[in-house]
Write a protein that binds this ligand. Structure first.
Ligand SMILES: Nc1ncnc2c1ncn2[C@@H]1O[C@H](COP(=O)(O)OP(=O)(O)OP(=O)(O)O)[C@@H](O)[C@H]1O
Ligand SMILES: [Mg+2]
Length: 262
């Protein structure tokens, strides 16, 4: 337990394995409360894996992960409690196709609260309003554009008013206009609701403008941590290869993590 209120998420010497492979090792990361942090890196570098450690889905092989000063618990009941405070927008949208937009957004409220239907209805309306989709409440996911579906998933992630939001590739599959809508929503929600946001993405140029901090992961570690401006002016060959999208360089083509020696 730390009493440092200014830190939302802290990783301290964290190692994350999948089976016998080390995906990330010796990760130190602090995410200040109220900030938007962009976690960047090539495909397969371990960005989603990093988020899994924050939600407690993946237990670190070494080191410590803290959310709001509390170590991420391992016991199911405590983990469930923590997760109520963490909104997650997954790589897919994860909307249930048989439910309307409003019913999808209501799901977390039904699962985690005993609020009467009327109150849930009001809250759903407010969340949909926050993402500009109040008029879409009665539509089914198949009736939505990709950008609208992403906003519904965002409204659902916000349903329980989580102080921490995790976004995994929120811009994938969206055109530039829809991407702009999502990034400005993420930024606005972060500021107006006083949230802390971590955005995992390889969409560097779309995401940096709304980020306070940027972290680049590659080759199993953090290769850069600083402000977006510092990132843009970095001359580190690894960082440049990633930012400039060059196929040849210090990042291997398949970005395959090394096998760990027993
Ligand atoms: N559940 C799992 N079991 C085993 N290996 C996994 C699992 N999830 C991810 N991996 C492996 O961990 C590595 C990192 O995967 P991860 O999904 O974190 O990458 P990423 O940076 O999010 O990539 P992308 O940008 O493509 O989403 C990959 O080599 C992947 O094969
Ligand atoms: Mg991923």
């Amino acid at each position: 337990m730390t009493d440092d209120n200014a830190i939302a998420v802290r990783l301290d010497h964290v190692r994350l394995d999948r089976g016998t492979r080390t995906i990330l090792s010796d990760i130190d990361l602090t995410v200040p409360r109220g900030s938007v942090t962009a976690v960047l890196g090539p495909s397969g570098s371990g960005k989603s894996t990093l988020l899994a450690a924050v939600t407690g889905e993946l237990v670190p092989a070494a080191g410590r992960v803290e959310v709001f000063g509390r170590e991420v618990p391992r016991r199911q009941r405590e983990l469930l409690e923590l997760r109520k405070g963490v909104g997650v927008l997954l790589q897919g949208n994860g909307l249930l196709t048989d439910l309307t937009v409003a019913e999808n957004v209501a799901l977390p409220l039904r699962a985690h609260t005993r609020l009467p239907d009327e109150v849930i209805g009001r809250l759903v309306e407010m969340k949909l309003h926050a993402v500009g989709l109040r008029a879409a409440a009665d539509l089914y996911p198949r009736e939505l554009s990709g950008g609208m579906a992403r906003r519904v998933a965002l409204a659902r992630a916000l349903a329980l008013d989580p102080p921490l939001m995790l976004y995994d590739e929120p811009l994938t599959g969206l055109d530039p206009i829809a991407s702009g809508v999502i990034t400005s929503l993420i930024s606005r929600l972060n500021d107006t609701l006083g949230l802390t946001s971590i955005i995992v993405t390889h969409h560097v140029h779309e995401t940096l403008p709304i980020a306070d901090r940027a972290v680049v992961i590659a080759n199993t570690g953090i290769v850069f941590s600083g402000t977006p401006e510092e990132l843009q002016s970095s001359s580190d060959p690894l960082v440049r290869q990633f930012l400039d999208g060059q196929p040849d360089g210090p990042i291997g083509f398949d970005a395959a993590p090394r096998e760990r020696a027993a």
